[in-house]
Design a protein around this ligand. Structure first.
Ligand code: AMP
Ligand code: GLY
Length: 420
């Protein structure tokens, strides 16, 4: 059973369902597209009791958790206590995503490269620290904020306003009670998805996400507007360095802290002139990175996650298809702010080989028509011998699908395509 109902979960359902072991795949809550690939149950991803009930009534023997919230709420712990195999960390591991101050302290304790930072739970020392630094500078709310708790401030005045907003304005509730003020790192960002099981790990193919809503990386941050894999900027030599200075030490640090981590460690990395540095940890697959990464696995993804869930990852080797993949997110115009929903979607009648339309925020209306039901609506993915060809195929499908409120960036992959 896959928990969640976005594009990432559709990619997981497809990948797991395609396993040679021919599993029966369920999903909760799923969406209109996932419903074509797996039996969906209307239980929300944060309804822990509901999910536990479903696992019992359907006789589920393996749960793969998509989003962070159920992990933070202890879903994996509850399932493990029932003897159910689960891919996803317990609440102790999920804290690496849920608390940025916790993670910063861990990175500092184990000397893992990351931006220098001050951690504060009171306003005046935070402001005093700020005044001794220079802009640009980054202010982060401690807790989960759906990607909105980070302000890359271009001036100290902007940083000060962010600190006050988070600590006094109560915009992030408890999550903003503590803030982290860190040096701004310059460079290119990359997402590294690592399948972890205790001290064993398997690094998945590299990828890059486009976080800003607008073309040319402008405008507000979103959950992610598109992704591609591989990220060529991460050369084999650089990946070796990332593994040596970040991945191995992080996995060991987590284990040394007594966390039995079984799930995805998603490491946000800034490739700076001084070397790769950790921006953040997430404790789940990335969305939309997963939509570009999973289709490139030539080996069985179910076997991989099942091995990780049961502590049997040692010696597991990945086989990766060299063809690049791209995922263009089709959002509802207005996202990440207010956007319409219930807008009819007509998908292209046929899709060229290598193109898949994954669903994120979709539903069926009373008449059974496919309609929009979220900010990120679809993930059009394509795989081809070159990234350029993959992008062309994906954009043909984006253009061909009919939906009045559709919006997508036209430059997904452009940075890599423009690179000499
Ligand atoms: P986070 O949720 O911590 O990854 O932050 C969200 C986004 O803010 C990242 O993907 C980066 O684009 C940006 N960011 C976070 N920390 C820094 C930093 N220290 N320097 C520059 N940009 C950052
Ligand atoms: N695409 C970034 C994330 O999943 O957090």
């Amino acid at each position: 059973m896959v928990v969640g109902g976005g594009g990432r979960e559709h990619a997981l359902v497809r990948a797991l369902g395609g396993s040679p072991s021919r599993p029966r795949v369920l999903c909760a809550p799923g969406n209109a597209g996932i419903a074509a690939d797996a039996r969906c149950f209307p239980v929300k991803a944060d309804d822990i009791e509901g999910l536990l009930g479903l696992v019992r009534s359907e006789g589920v023997d393996f749960v793969v958790v998509g989003p962070e919230v159920p992990l933070v709420l202890g879903l994996a712990d509850r399932l493990r206590a029932l003897g159910i195999a689960v891919y996803g960390p317990g609440a102790d591991g999920a804290r690496l995503e849920a608390s940025k101050t916790y993670t910063k302290r861990l990175l500092q304790k184990y000397a893992i490269p990351t931006a220098a930072a001050g951690l504060f739970d009171e306003v005046s020392p935070a402001l005093a620290y700020l005044r001794a630094r220079r802009a640009p500078i980054v202010v982060k709310a401690d807790g989960l904020a759906a990607g909105k708790g980070v302000v890359v401030a271009q001036s100290l005045a902007e940083a000060e306003a962010a600190v006050r907003d988070m600590m006094e304005g109560g915009r992030f509730g408890q999550g903003g009670r503590q803030v982290l003020i860190e040096d701004c790192l310059l460079g290119e960002e990359t997402s590294l998805l690592v399948v972890v099981s205790g001290r064993d790990y398997v690094i998945l193919p590299t990828s890059q996400d486009h976080k800003r809503v607008g073309e040319g990386d402008v405008g507000p941050n979103t959950g992610g507007m598109g992704a591609y894999s591989p990220a060529e900027v991460v050369t084999p030599a650089l990946l070796e360095r990332i593994e040596r200075t970040i991945v191995r030490p992080s996995v060991d640090a987590i284990a040394a802290e007594g966390i039995a981590f079984r799930g995805t460690l998603f490491i946000g990395i800034m490739l700076t002139a001084q070397g790769p540095q950790v921006l953040e940890f997430n404790t789940r697959f990335g969305d939309p990175e997963t939509q570009a990464v999973l289709p490139r696995l030539a080996s069985d993804p179910l076997e991989l996650l099942w091995a990780a869930a049961r502590g049997r990852l040692a010696g597991v080797r990945l086989s990766v298809d060299p063809d690049p993949a791209i995922c263009v997110v089709v959002a509802a115009r207005g996202y990440p702010e207010a956007y319409p929903s219930g807008d009819a979607i007509t998908l292209p009648g046929s899709l060229p080989e290598g193109v898949t339309v994954l669903h994120a925020g979709t539903a069926r209306d009373a008449a059974g028509r496919l309609v929009t039901a979220g900010g990120r609506v679809l993930g059009v993915t394509a795989r081809a011998p070159t990234l350029l060809r993959a992008a062309e195929l994906a954009y043909q499908a984006c253009d061909a699908l009919d939906c009045t409120s559709k919006y997508y960036r036209r430059d997904i992959g452009a940075r890599q395509l423009r690179r000499p």
